[in-house]
Design a protein around this ligand. Structure first.
Ligand code: BT5
Length: 286
């Protein structure tokens, strides 16, 4: 069993076994121990493989799992992006995790939670990896224009009531060049590719969960404003001319911030400010 999990074990006749090396595996007990959180990480599920940590967290949520339950997998067989897109999830190198929350907020405010995880990922990259990243609306984290992390938040709700929200977080930590597929919609990168140094996934995960816990408790007490201000500081497309592609058509304007519900505020040339609820944005080259 231990060997299957990647532990290196030396067996000597009559002397028993000696553990030679522990892999960089994310074990629930190790994640939980030393975690200093109020709400997040009260229960941690860590698996060698699953289809998608978001899908598993949703199943656990439907079975009544506690607020703050964290699901982590070493590998995802069908890691998910938005709109049915795929998230590359090779084993042993990255972070794939989902956090289940049960906030008592109106349904239309649920998208605000995406920005909590975005800010927490960027600040953890800075703290643990000394790497500067910025946020791209709505759910990307970029380093020098290349995607290092993607967020996928899902909700289970009725008209007026949120049952739970799943914050899905993928961060490319130790992924190498050859582990990226040949064709991606946008350039992608990892911490290892950017800094030349590999990251201890356990340390990264714990630092991230602690930061997220801090911001989530602040959010429950003070609302969206503190997170919104932090996110706007980390967004390098603020005050920039962008094009928003919304499937059917596209819109041009200047990014002027987030509104109270997490929609992007885009000022059009005629001065009118549009609320953008979904879409892909890219800077307009002048
Ligand atoms: C996202 O979607 O960026 C959300 C990704 C969320 C992944 C996490 S992992 C844990 C949790 N469980 C899940 O099943 N999902 C979440 P989107 O904006 O649609 O971006 C997807 C696009 O990013 C793909 O079409 C590719 O072009 C590109 N891509 C795929 N894998 C990537 C990777 N590992 N790194 C960078 N880019 C990638």
């Amino acid at each position: 069993m231990l060997r299957e999990l990647g532990f290196e074990i030396e067996a000597k006749h009559s002397l028993g076994y000696r553990l030679v090396a522990t892999p960089d595996l994310l074990l629930s007990s190790e994640i939980e121990s030393g975690l200093n959180c109020q709400l997040i990480g009260q229960s941690v599920v860590s698996l060698a493989e699953t289809d998608s940590t978001n899908a598993l967290a949703r199943r656990l949520g439907e079975e009544g799992a506690l607020e703050g339950t964290v699901v982590v997998a070493d590998r995802q067989s069908t890691g998910r992006g938005r709109l049915g897109r795929r998230w590359e999830s090779p084993p042993g190198v990255n972070l794939y995790c989902s956090i289940l929350l049960r906030p008592e907020i109106p349904v239309q405010q649920a998208p605000q939670l995406t920005f909590l995880s975005a800010v927490a990922v960027v600040e953890t990259l800075q703290e643990v990896c000394h790497l500067s990243a910025d946020v791209k609306w709505p759910n990307d984290i970029l380093v020098g224009g290349a995607k290092i992390s993607g967020l996928l938040n899902e909700m289970n709700a009725e008209t007026e009531q949120i049952h739970f929200v799943i914050l899905g977080v993928g961060v490319n930590l130790n992924m190498t060049d050859t582990q990226f597929p040949d064709v991606l919609n946008y350039p992608a990168t990892s911490v290892l590719l950017e800094t030349g140094e590999s990251v201890d996934r356990l340390i990264f995960l714990q630092a991230f969960l602690q930061r997220l816990d801090l911001y989530y408790t602040e959010f429950l007490e003070e609302g969206f404003s503190p997170v919104r201000r932090r996110w706007e500081k980390l967004c390098n497309m603020m005050n920039m001319q962008v094009e928003v592609n919304q499937g059917g058509g596209s819109l041009r304007g200047t990014v002027v911030g987030l509104d109270a519900e997490g929609a992007l505020r885009l000022q059009l040339d005629n001065g009118q400010v549009e609320r953008i609820l979904a879409g892909d944005i890219r800077p307009v080259k002048i």
